[in-house]
Design a protein around this ligand. Structure first.
Ligand SMILES: Cc1cc2nc3c(=O)[nH]c(=O)nc-3n(C[C@H](O)[C@H](O)[C@H](O)COP(=O)(O)OP(=O)(O)OC[C@H]3O[C@@H](n4cnc5c(N)ncnc54)[C@H](O)[C@@H]3O)c2cc1C
Length: 445
């Protein structure tokens, strides 16, 4: 990304650099598909070549027999889908299940849990049935309590998950964490959910790309969707100076959507920077000293969370919040924040150097939930709040059903429009205020 690129102020994302991620060093990118070079007519036009766009197109083509075209402003994988941490989790957004039960009642909470569970199974079955070589790691998602209050809250969550959602959630004491998983100096105990796992997201995405192409989806890379016009027959788009006529439009540009895309999504999400470093491989001695025996995906309970895992070649991936303002993202303070976070967990790793460091935008909705909805001829998926690796599969499946005329479960995920953000122009200042509060809370409560 160019240093000044901020989806709030930049008109569009075309022409930005591909992220210098660890993932990009593990597999060669295919030649991009040619850009759109003439006018086109199709059933469904899709903006964005990430997990959501490719999978929506795949389900529309394979299950609903619709003629689909995906337009990607850059190359497939430019967006968050190839620069994330690769955690496949049974959850999305920032709302916990007890919070959902309080907000919508237990039936809705159970319905959402079922959708998130199906999302993980869907990703697993896509990987298996299509033999996508994306380096899946051992199963398990470990949520580390970073202070005594968080420890109590995790115990309550474990109880809720077991009692109401029949989850196999397991509470792990500090001693058990040390003996079986890792000697993490920040941990007061942990909640372990048995069904999360880590993958290489770029390899997964390229698997989805192949799958969509095989299903007959047309993919145009380096093709920015500009003007969107709603007409009686559906929509008309301007792409590379050519007109695309479609019955429906699906918007899956995520945090990378253009500043003015469509009123259904404009000013309704906050793009937030998250940063990741991947270290050199840990030595045998490092492994002994840190007690790191697991490759399971790990996150802590801070409001501004750290997330980490040991990769297949014993490198450590360590991520957390990035800068608020795009111009600050390469300032040393943000990499130092990750280094300090890592050393707080594993103090013996002072010599370990970051070998890769990159950033990406996530899209947060005001109500902390993803929204997967069709309004008239426009469908959109937005607001994963940093957790779209698994849920994108279910979201794409459900959006394709909505377009194909199949009813979907009566859940806020699929029936509530993306809420409008008040004072949208001041989003970055609101975020700054929130970070100040969160830093104070994470330190003292
Ligand atoms: C650093 C980081 C770490 C993360 N870690 C995790 C994790 O471990 N687990 C997890 O579940 N989630 C994680 N996420 C979130 C996850 O990556 C996203 O939720 C998910 O990839 C969203 O996929 P998507 O297809 O909706 O959007 P994207 O992958 O962002 O794709 C959107 C695409 O749309 C294109 N586009 C935008 N506008 C236009 C236009 N006008 N015309 C044409 N193309 C356009 C962009 O070029 C982009 O390629 C992380 C995100 C980041 C940034």
């Amino acid at each position: 990304m160019n240093s000044a690129y901020d989806p709030i102020s930049s008109s569009h994302c075309q022409g930005q650099h591909y992220a210098p991620s660890f993932w990009a060093s593990t597999i060669a990118l295919p030649e991009p598909n040619p850009p759109l070079q003439c006018d086109l007519q199709c059933d469904v036009a899709i903006i964005g070549g990430g997990f959501s766009g490719l999978l929506t197109a795949y389900y529309l083509a394979s299950e609903h027999h619709l003629d689909c075209a995906v337009f990607e402003a850059n190359q497939v994988g430019f967006g968050a889908s190839a620069r994330n941490a690769g955690f496949v989790l049974k959850g999305s957004g920032r709302l916990s299940y007890p919070q959902m039960a309080k907000k919508w009642g237990m039936d809705v909470c159970k319905g959402i849990y079922s959708e998130f569970s199906q999302a993980v199974s869907r990703v697993e079955s896509l990987i298996q049935s299509l033999d996508i070589q994306c380096d899946p790691q051992a199963k398990g998602y470990i949520k580390i309590a970073h202070n005594p209050q968080a420890f109590k809250s995790l115990q309550a969550q474990a109880h809720f998950l077991k009692t109401h959602l029949s989850s196999d959630a397991e509470f792990i004491s500090k001693a058990q964490l040390k003996s079986d998983y890792m000697n993490n100096h920040q941990a007061y105990g942990a909640l372990r959910l048995p069904d999360g796992f880590g993958i290489n997201p770029l390899k997964l995405l390229l698997g989805y790309r192949t799958m969509a192409l095989k299903a007959g989806v047309k993919l145009y890379e380096n093709s920015l969707v500009g003007d969107i016009k709603e007409v009686s027959s559906g929509v008309e788009l301007l792409v590379n100076g050519h007109t695309v006529k479609a019955k429906k439009l699906v918007i899956t540009g995520n945090a990378y959507n253009s500043k003015n895309t469509h009123p259904a999504i404009n000013n309704r999400y906050l793009p937030i920077l998250s940063s990741i470093m991947v270290t050199e491989p840990l030595s045998e001695r490092d492994l002994v000293e840190t007690g790191l025996k697991t490759n399971q995906v790990t996150m802590d309970t801070r409001t501004l969370k750290y997330y980490y895992r040991k990769l297949p070649d014993n490198r450590l991936l360590f991520g957390g919040r990035g800068a608020i303002f795009a111009k600050d993202k390469d300032k040393p303070a943000y990499l130092n924040n990750l280094k300090h976070g890592l050393l707080d967990c594993f103090p013996t790793l002072t010599h370990l150097k970051p070998a890769f460091y990159w950033h990406g935008y996530i899209a947060a909705a005001l109500d902390d939930m993803p929204h997967v909805k069709v309004e008239g001829n426009i469908g959109y998926i937005l607001g994963y709040c940093g957790a779209g690796v698994s849920f994108s599969a279910q979201a794409a499946y459900r959006l394709a059903q909505q377009i194909g005329g199949v009813s979907v479960p009566p859940l806020p995920l699929y029936h509530t429009p993306l809420p409008y953000l008040p004072f949208a122009q001041l989003r970055r200042y609101g975020q700054w205020g929130y970070y100040q509060y969160a830093q104070f809370k994470d330190r003292f409560f």
